[in-house]
Structure formats: C-alpha cells, structure tokens
Design a binder for this molecule. Sequence first.
Ligand code: UFG
Length: 337
Amino acid sequence: MRVLLTGGAGYIGSHTALVLIERGHEVIVLDDFSNSSREAVRRISELSGVDVPVIELDLSDREAAQRALAEVDFDAVIHLAGLKAVGESVEQPTRYYRVNLDSTIALLDIMRERGITKFVFSSSATVYGDPIYVPIDEAHPAGVDLASPYGWSKFMNERIVHGAQTAWPELEAVVLRYFNPVGAHPSGRIGEDPSGIPNNLMPFITQVAVGKRERLSVFGDGYNTPDGTGVRDYIHVLDLAEGHVAALERIAPGVETYNLGSGIGSSVLDVVRAFEQASGQAIPYAVMPARAGDVAVLQADPGRANAELDWRTTRSLEEACRDSWNWQSQNPAGYHA
Ligand code: UFG
C-alpha cells in the first residue's frame, strides 16, 4: 500500500515508517516538524535505502491540507500526528483540542472526498482513566473522568472516527490504544528525542545515564503496587510499529479497537534496575511526591490484538533498555548533534 504517515518524523512515526518499508509498503511522511526533526526522515531513508518523500504541513490547517494533498496519491492513512504532552495540555487545553481534533477531522473529510477508506488512528491507554480492573481489555469503560485535555482529545478523536464510519460505512478504521512505548531501533540511528526536560520515564533515565540530568525523580512510592511505585505496560517501539502494520494489513469496513501492550506490568524501580543492567550505568534517583493525574497501574490485556491481528510483542523490557541506551549514547544530543 501507499501509506500517508502523519507524524512520521516523530518517535513512533519514524519506527513505523521503517517497518512499513521493510514490509514492502510505500511511505509518505507528513509532519509539521513542531516536535520532530527532518534528520529522523533522513535516517529512515539511510536505514531503508529508500528515499522517503516528505510533506511539511500543519494538518489542523484544513485548507492548506486540502491543497497539499490534492495531488498526492495514497491508499491508506496512519494518523499519528498530534500534540502529546499531558502536562502542557492542562495549561493549553484549547490548543490541544484544536490541533488534535481539527487535524483528524480534516483528514477524514479529505479521505471521504477522495474515496480513500483505510484509516489507522493512534490512541492511548490514557482513555481508560484510572482503571477499575487490570489487566485492561478493550471492553473496559473509556472516557470516564480523564485527567487531561490530552486524554480527552484522544477519546474524542475515537468518537469522531466512530461517527465518521456510521455516516460513511465504507470507512475501514482501526483505533490503536498504546500503552507505554520505549526502546529504539537497534541500529541506534533513530530513537526518542524529546525537546526540553523529558516528561516520560525512559528518556529521563537515558538523559541521567548520559550525564545530562543529575538524578531521576521517582514520582511517588505510596501506590498500591508491589514496591509502591507506579506500574506501566512498557512496549518496545518496534513491537508497537509492527502492530500498526498488522492492523493495516487486516483492515476491514467498520471500526476495530485494539490495545497494543505487552501484558506485562513493570514498576518505575523495575525499569531503573532493568536499565542499569542493560547499560552498566548507575541511575541515581530520589523519591518525590506523586505526579498529579498519575494512576497506580496501567497494564494491557493484549489478547484481542494477539488473536485478531496475529500480533504480539517479541521484545523484552531489557532489550528496550539496551536499545534506548544505544540510541542515547550514540546521540547524546538527539538529532541535534
Ligand atoms: N515517572 C517517574 N519519573 C519521571 C517520569 C515518570 O517516576 O521522571 C513515572 C510515572 O509516575 C509513571 C511511570 O513513570 O508511574 C511512567 O510515566 P510516563 O510519563 O513515562 O508515562 P505515563 O504512563 O504517565 O504516560 C504515557 C504517555 C501518555 C499515555 C500513557 C498511556 O506519556 O501519553 O503513557 O499509558 F497516554
């Protein structure tokens, strides 16, 4: 297929681009580079040996999107573009709603005008809020008391996809609810490159390891978990990328929703220990108060994706730590070396 990959220069997008190309698909990267780098696309081309076309565009600008895509030939869209910083979304709610909703709406309208029916949407386990049971399957209630405009924007986008499909039954859509992506391509050429102080655990740990930050703050050790620190389902970004390809290759009319996770829960201290082992670097840390909006445990039941997409994670947390460290140590300043 010829796949329009929005957000294709970002962390998840760059790995998904590579896996799509390896599986014989053509990729067109669409990105506004507001939180990503052209260097990532250059490296996708270098690793794959394929010259990847790029469209630089803010998708929430509907008219610009219509103009830019008018002459572009594609069969499917994987929509990863969006704003994703949970804390920032609390400070700038209207910006998050505008950018994250307008871009999906513009894309779906353009697809309908063009008769392009295949749509994969990047959602998040954040739509489950504070879970009432774990592991979380897709039948778990979603969109209840979410802690951030970011989370609400993901949930509202899911509703927009459902609404579009009701009105346009030919639409073939898959909603992928990601758990916590970590790791990098084993080459060390592409990886996660957050701007400013990392919000997420793994890039913070790798920046401590490379000497950029003094110590990790562990946000709370009083949760109802085995060691008191928050438990998450960490998934290697290449496993996640493969999940997108599996979803695209089995897409059918309707909307299907899948958790993409490993099914394994790891605490903050489990991740610290796994990273120390994989990298040989000590990670000093201090326990700090819990972060507002965090939940104790988010852990997937990935059974549905395993059965219906014939997909499962194959890479361990240790491999993800090794690959994250390989990326960060080879690129201490990310793409901006
Ligand atoms: N944590 C720390 N110190 C840090 C950063 C994180 O202790 O410096 C802890 C958090 O409290 C949490 C765990 O590490 O227990 C994971 O935190 P992340 O920020 O890496 O990830 P979250 O689970 O909070 O959120 C991530 C994405 C969201 C997504 C969610 C879905 O950032 O976009 O996963 O599970 F919605």
